[in-house]
Design a protein around this ligand. Sequence first.
Ligand code: AMP
Length: 493
Amino acid sequence: MTSFCHVSTNPFDDDKLREECGVFGVFGAHTAAAHTALGLHALQHRGQEAAGIVTVDNGQFHAHRALGLVGDAFASNEVMQGLVGDIAIGHVRYSTSGDTILRNVQPLFAEFAFGGVGIAHNGNLTNAYTLKKVLIERGAIFQSTSDTEVIFHLMALGAGKTLEQRLVDALNQVEGAYSLVVLGSDRVIGVRDPAGVRPLVLGKLGDAYLLASETCAFDIIGAQYVRDVAAGEMVSIDANGIHSSFPFDKSPSRFCIFEYIYFARPDSLFEDKSVYAVRKNIGKQLARESHVDADVIVPVPDSGVTGALGYAEQSGITFELGIIRNHYVGRTFIEPTDHIRHLGVKLKHNTNKAYIKDKRVILVDDSIVRGTTSVKIVDMVRQAGAKEVHMRIASPPTTHSCFYGVDTPSRDKLMAAQHSIAEMAKLIGVDSLAFISLDGLYQALGETKRNKEMPQYCDACFTGEYPLPLTDHNSTTLPKNKKNVLKELMRAR
Ligand code: AMP
């Protein structure tokens, strides 16, 4: 670290938002930990700050958690050899702050009266603070600031004899989004919240069953994608095979639409749909909705590439990699002064000038959140001599924060929440700016349009229509400073 840098513990300090987490589970594979490490490596895009694996062998649990990338965390033979057993779960995540960091790294593990349990969570519980307050009043001692730990305390106090019963009892008290992979002494359980906001897929490798956030984690080990775990479904996998149940009150499925737009790897499938194909469809739809005469389509790498391919295919305009991204720039960890933030983005991107100079350029990106990326990229493209710069965005304007597992800034920092599209175009410095329409987005997903009464996906970041209660956020009894604690809780997962 250079001397002018200041180590920052604020997750909003770099110029990108954090992604959510990735989970993986395996039952019945020799060297389950190695399978898990590979699966987590494929899920690395979902969280780069920390990784963990817990295995079980003859009732004995083994765990390793570390900060950093999967490849570094599980590089040592000694670590891998210590993770014995045919059953394992794993997690990749982003971090919270300072010293508390390792305590929050998942999978979390606890010993209960009915045995040891590991848990890996993707999502965010929206009543975690409210529950935590009650639990602390009842004597619970929390070891982490993670909302996931609330589930453990509810399980400890809950009703039921089996792990499944305790888990369901606990989950009946939580609100929000969760895709969990749970490890017991002789089983792995996968469970999705009743709305199925976050993904979870089921796979098979020989006789072994696998669970993962995305199918790309199966491909890496040559496993087959069997199906998605359904919204509200619990699958319990043990020596007798797989048992599926729907233990919660039924509720409409509301899968996160942003998984298709940005989060997931393009080689993953959800609901049998290819993320890559959906992104190309979005690009095509965008071209139909907001055509502009231009000489070249340039994606903002990497997130804009697939949409730009679709845009180019539909419009017939040449596609060029007019911006090149340096993949070896990690997090900047730099104080967010304007000057340094600009420097950070320039470290990541450079223009391929010959393909931009004197051209009418259409830039395609997946989303505008705070607008930081767009401002820098457009400036760079203008400096490279573009004649005109038009921006096309493969999602509707992001006007609302996510409370279901995506670490978005508050509304006052979301450019589209504060400005009209015309104002945004001015601020970003483009000749024109257009976003895909909400119905157009649904069409790209194979729907005829968005069902206004019961939207097929969670699209709260674009509409403000939150499908699950925001108990903590809306709590009027929550003192102002406690809202920070809540924010911390939300980040901690
Ligand atoms: P911003 O610079 O704040 O407008 O962020 C927009 C850029 O961040 C786009 O290029 C997206 O690819 C990317 N992005 C959008 N949402 C997220 C997220 N939740 N985590 C990480 N990056 C994101």
